[in-house]
Design a protein around this ligand. Structure first.
Ligand code: SF4
Length: 179
């Protein structure tokens, strides 16, 4: 039987969701018998293959133009798109900047922090910030939501095993968390 192909990527993140993915631990070895991970931030290949994958997984919110493109590329190249973690599902901690205009956030981060001396807001080779941080489904259609900060490894494992069986996973009880 052909393996289910999975590509993962991250947007505006702390990388905790991908660490939780790795916390599947030894079950990952069993999973890899039926799954091929084609690309991921934790492998050499970063972009989903042009020919597409069965499942795309995005962690992180969409905070700049580059991340918007990454989300669109993943959507275009996968059959089922999974939003992994609170940042991807509803903006999470990244969306705290939405209380302020983007210019104010940049000024605070690059110029006004207590440890900064003669700081400057970078203007070259830096993707422009969006006016506000968005959840992934505000940019592209999402098929599966796995909330949590990060989601428990058990929830990720459950979702992946269901997807491998061709089912859309349903998270309940301890697997459905928002913290
Ligand atoms: S949901 Fe939490 S763990 Fe995942 S990227 Fe966001 S802040 Fe990090």
């Amino acid at each position: 039987m052909a393996k289910v192909t999975i590509a993962t990527d991250w947007l505006e993140v702390c990388s905790g969701c991908h660490m939780s993915f790795l916390d599947i631990d030894e079950r990952l070895i069993e999973l890899l018998k039926s799954v091929e991970i084609t690309s991921s931030p934790i492998t050499d290949l970063k972009h989903p293959p042009e020919e597409g994958v069965d499942v795309g997984i995005l962690s992180g919110a969409v905070g700049n133009a580059d991340q918007e493109e990454t989300a669109k590329e993943m959507r275009a190249r996968c059959k089922i798109l999974v939003a992994l973690g609170d940042c991807a599902v509803f903006g999470g901690i990244c969306a705290m900047r939405n209380f302020f205009p983007a210019e104010e956030v940049l000024k605070r981060g690059y110029v006004e922090t207590e440890s900064t001396v003669e700081g400057q807001v970078p203007s070259e080779e830096v993707p422009p910030l969006l006016e506000r941080v968005k959840a992934v489904n505000e940019v592209v259609k999402v098929d599966v939501f796995i909330p949590g900060c990060p989601p428990p490894a058990d929830a990720i494992y459950h979702a992946l095993t269901e997807l491998v069986k061709g089912r859309i996973p349903i998270l309940t009880g301890e697997l459905l968390r928002y913290d």
